[in-house]
Design a protein around this ligand. Sequence first.
Ligand code: NIG
Ligand code: FE
Length: 416
Amino acid sequence: MGKLLIKNIKNLVQVREEAPVKVSGKEMAVLPCVENAWLAIDNGLIADYGSMDDFPGIVDWKDLEVIDASDRIILPCYADSHTHIVYAGNREGEFVDRINGLSYEEVAKRGGGIINSVQLLRKTSEEELFQQSLIRFNEIIKLGTGAVEIKSGYGLSLEAELKILRVIKRIKDLNIIPVKATFLGAHAIPPEFKGNKEGYIDLLINEMLPAIAKEKLADYIDVFCEKDYFTAAETEKILLAGKKHGLVGKVHAEQLSHSNGIKTAIKCDAISVDHLEYCNDSDIEELLKSKTMATVLPGAAFFLGLPLPPARKMIDAGLAIAFASDYNPGSSPSGNMGFMMSLGCIQYKLTPEEVINATTINSAYAMNMGHKAGSITRGKLANFILTKKINSYGFIPYSFSNDHIENVFINGKIFS
Ligand code: NIG
Ligand code: FE
């Protein structure tokens, strides 16, 4: 791979000499930048950077490509630590049902929701599922995502969960951006186990987990801890079973009601706990004592019209917050992390600095990718966004949903 030099960068954003594992509380308001900067890439990695004022000059011009980034900004790609991009079809029908007055829970009670996607996915071949998911994978990279976590959870049978996880593996093996795989067999109770949740949990623990572990198909195990889905006690049982197979926990918690998912996640050493609409003060206190990353999914709260997670209060209490897209067909059919940042500023009253930290360093932490992604640091992957001509990084969340990206660089090469 060749060498690349980008010079005259108006502002090089999120530059960390020594990248912290995460940034918490007041530190979230700090975003280190180098104005009028240069950035050197070698072999797909960030090699060096600095100010144009003390540009060292080029020793070895051989094979060096040079780009002039005058008036444009560079920031690290987003790390999207919570997605469900491997699914079949879509659910625009339910979208219209909700416009006409049904709630997300009412749609699910009628057999729609997650189960609707499960039925469609079971009928879809692995190849077709891969092709449909690949479109979304490429789409999110074009929108600036440079590291991603992808969940299963629309199969809910041994065969169909394996199908999703194999598709995730195929996406991972493309070696475009780093991918983490999460087993979310505990996403809902499949129709054939209606009235027999115990039986489904047994299948999940005794058949699905060993098969997934044997094929090394997952890094994480996730549970939808929610009324009508999985209780805190069931969540704990499933997370502990996952732990025995080397899978670290992640939890969908307190989205539609307070179900004690946060405390359960912390107790089981989960790496992240996600959603948090009904997170209360005592949850915040527990999170402060833990290593679990509080992850807000602004797209889902926006799309479903849910009460907003108390992100502002959490940061003011000293917590670290990550943002992810939750890209899925039912509650957040978008993987646009730039838009998630806009929601963070507009709805949650976070500053541009805070939302950039939430979508880079902190969300990389939420999938243990801090060593590769989340900041402009020597040795990390050269996955970054070159903006169009804009005045400041604050313009990105401010000018919501507009396209500010000129190029996305992946492994030091223009991806789009
Ligand atoms: O993260 N909350 C549960 N699971 C997904 C939505 C699943 C769906 O509706 O398809 C979420 O929001
Ligand atoms: Fe989710």
